[in-house]
Design a binder for this molecule. Structure first.
Ligand code: NAD
Length: 366
């Protein structure tokens, strides 16, 4: 044990405190100096099934940020799987390093061996900073990988299913707010037109919504603007535009103390993970400002449904019909939130918690 750790014994108990508070079962530190691999696998809960979640590679500014990220992300996966009726638990992995220059075959295969060593308690997939090729290397060492490209026997890009589920969640929110789930004539602002955003735009345009789009990269905007009748707006201004529905499909934490009071939308329904900067503060703040928030982990679960389908024997039609059910689940969450007098994100978490607790006979902290 290092002198530093011995001199500061509270450091080690801090991690256990955090893990207990969030309810994690296991956290694995993967260290291989020969390849430069430094990774952390968070297994939050396996009551419903093996933990599943992508591997993210990111140049975290310190190890603490990496630990916090993996703990939060893996916990989020537990709720996402549970509320979607999938027999999966929540897990996630992070590799500390720069995805543009810090990767090599040896390191990724070593990571694959660590995943394999968990014997299926954790199943990995692609996430931020990882590519198809990287997943191919990991898959050389373990069969506990999903979300693979079609040429490797996988189901391919999950984004169209994610977009479809998000669209269903948005329609449910429209039903609640306007009394009709039609999006015709509604002004929808889609922030980020990457894999999911571009697919969502297509669905919205088909339904004759008025669509505003933004992205930080011109090359992402160009094909969307060329193919569909949409209005392109500057990425740093989109949240201030007059709109009915705000659909964040880029990064998380866009809803905070500053943005919520200025948002003109009555509905937030998008695919980005962790849209509320702090769910305990900004969930209620949306409510106070008359904004109906469609919980992100519920309406963006189409991608998880897709990779689950890959594990169970893929049938595209079944997966899309599962994603369609997001409509009903979202409506029932709005009802539950009203009945219990809580914000919608909390209502969704409570429903997920109930399923896990009834199956596992455990107490899952929220
Ligand atoms: P992506 O990387 O393909 O697209 C994200 C887009 O957002 C990019 O085009 C990027 O340039 C743009 N962007 C980044 N910052 C921006 C900003 N400040 N303003 C406007 N645009 C910005 O990612 P994706 O796969 O489309 O996923 C989008 C979001 O949905 C992510 O938060 C992701 O975690 C979440 N999500 C995706 C899936 C999936 O199936 N792909 C599933 C669940 C959740």
């Amino acid at each position: 044990m290092s002198e530093e750790l011995l001199a500061n014994p509270s450091t080690s108990s801090l991690l256990f405190d955090e893990v207990s508070k969030m309810g994690h079962e296991q956290v694995v530190f993967c260290n291989d100096p020969n390849t430069g691999l430094k990774a952390i696998i968070g297994i939050h809960n396996t009551v419903l099934g093996p933990s599943l979640g992508g591997t993210r590679m990111w140049p975290y500014k310190n190890e603490k940020s990496a630990i916090i990220d993996v703990l939060r992300l893996s916990r989020g996966m537990t709720f996402k799987a549970a509320i979607s009726g999938l027999n999966l638990g929540g897990g996630k992995a992070v590799i500390i390093g720069d995805p543009k220059k810090g990767k090599n075959e040896a390191m990724l295969r070593r990571f694959g061996k660590f995943v394999d060593g968990l014997g299926g308690r954790y199943i990995t997939a692609e996430d931020v900073g990882m590519s198809e090729k990287d997943m191919e290397y990991i898959a050389m060492e373990t069969e506990h990988v999903t979300g693979l490209p079609e040429k490797l026997g996988g189901a391919g890009d999950p984004s169209p299913v994610t977009a479809y589920g998000t669209y269903m969640g948005m329609k449910a929110a429209a039903k609640k707010v306007y009394g009709s789930d039609s999006l015709e004539g509604k002004i929808v602002a889609v922030q980020g037109v990457g894999h999911v955003g571009a697919n969502l735009v297509e669905l919205l345009v088909k339904e004759k919504a008025t669509v505003l789009v933004s992205d930080i990269f011109e090359e992402k905007i160009e094909p969307v603007a060329k193919e569909f009748k949409v209005q392109v707006v500057p990425s740093d201004e989109i949240m201030g535009y007059p709109m009915d529905i705000y659909a964040p499909c880029a990064l998380g934490a866009t809803l905070d103390d500053e943005t919520i009071p200025n948002l003109k939308a009555r509905i937030v329904a998008g695919a980005a993970n962790n849209q509320l900067a702090d769910e305990d503060i900004h969930g209620p703040l949306c409510q106070q400002h008359g904004i109906l928030y469609a919980p992100d982990f519920l309406i963006n679960a189409g991608g998880l449904m897709n990779v689950y389908g890959e594990l169970m024997g893929y049938d595209r039609e079944i997966i899309f019909s599962k994603a369609e059910n997001i409509y009903d689940t979202t409506l029932s969450i709005f009802e539950l939130a009203e009945k219990e007098g809580v914000h919608t994100q909390l209502a969704a978490m409570k429903l997920a918690q109930k399923r896990i607790e009834s199956v596992g006979k455990i107490k899952l902290p929220l």
